[in-house]
Design a protein around this ligand. Structure first.
Ligand code: NAP
Length: 262
């Protein structure tokens, strides 16, 4: 369900110019949501499980004068994604952009110990989820379908180039798919007013590492990062915001690596 938005301002109905951020309530997604709000965008904050976190981000955005909707959907589930976009359609807002941020890792493992169920979950969220949300956003933003254009930013990873041997080659492969999707979709949609680009973060300080059982390896991992520290979610959000903005108007099918030199 969409939480009650602030659709009224000074006694009149406002048409929001909103960015949909999948997984926008926690980690890098939360930093993107907050920076979007600071920059003047209204928000649709998608979450899967943690409604409280998404609501807290929305509350902050509203305190800054933005409109913010919170929408639950598991992005790997087509019916839930369709329901999310139906709720967006039911609001008085123009979807101006999509940040395909929602993503998961799986426990550290070598290939021989990985199951098909693990791959289905990983590729379901990271790849199918991004495809589904891009498809539905493009239908609404494309000038071919009567939209006014827009921007899609995909969340890839430096893992796409590094391959993550010994820890999660499947996760890295899912992000490789995001890179290829970015290249193709950018060229497919630019003639319809939609710019598509991607950001490839390196080692960023969020809860995702604990969810993959990698937290105890972070100190060692940082020694392989030339800048010798983890990045912050806000440092990734800054790159996303640039790609969402008109400042990047000639940037199409490109990648910004936010990896501290790694
Ligand atoms: P995080 O802190 O674990 O947050 C993950 C976010 O994704 C949460 O908001 C979560 O929603 C959402 N999510 C997970 N599964 C979902 C699903 N099925 N449907 C909808 N939302 C779902 O992770 P993060 O580090 O911020 O990662 C964000 C993105 O950056 C991911 O795509 C990740 O692969 C990428 N990335 C991260 C790093 C890093 O070092 N942190 C590096 C490279 C790339 P809930 O809050 O509802 O659980």
């Amino acid at each position: 369900m969409i939480a009650e938005p602030r659709t009224w301002h000074n006694g009149r109905m406002m048409k929001a110019n909103a960015i949909l951020i999948t997984g926008g309530g926690r980690g890098i997604g939360a930093a993107i949501s907050l920076l979007c709000a600071k920059t003047g965008w209204d928000l649709v904050i998608n979450y899967s499980q943690d409604r409280e976190a998404a609501e807290a981000v929305a509350e902050q955005a509203r305190a800054w004068g933005r409109q913010a909707w919170v929408v639950q959907a598991d992005v790997s589930d087509e019916a839930q994604v369709l329901a999310m976009f139906a709720q967006i359609d039911a609001q008085s807002l123009r979807l101006a952009g999509l940040v395909n941020n929602a993503g998961v890792v799986a426990p550290l493992a070598r290939l021989e110990d990985m199951s098909v169920a693990r791959w289905q979950k990983l590729f379901g969220v990271n790849v199918i989820g991004s495809l589904l949300c891009a498809r539905e956003a493009a239908k609404r933003m494309s000038t071919k379908h009567g939209g006014q254009g827009g921007v899609i930013v995909n969340m890839s990873s430096r893992a796409a180039a590094l391959g993550s041997p010994g820890i999660y080659v499947d996760y890295a492969a899912s992000k490789g798919a995001i890179d290829t999707l970015t290249l193709g979709l950018a060229r497919e949609l630019i003639g319809e007013g939609i710019r598509v680009n991607a950001v490839r973060p390196g080692l960023i300080d969020t809860e995702i590492h604990a969810s993959g059982g990698m937290a105890h390896l972070l100190d060692e991992a940082v020694t392989g990062v030339p800048i010798r520290r983890m990045g912050t979610p806000d440092e990734v959000a800054q790159a996303v915001l640039w790609l969402l903005s008109e400042a990047s108007s000639y940037t199409v099918g490109s990648f910004i690596d936010v990896g501290g030199g790694r």
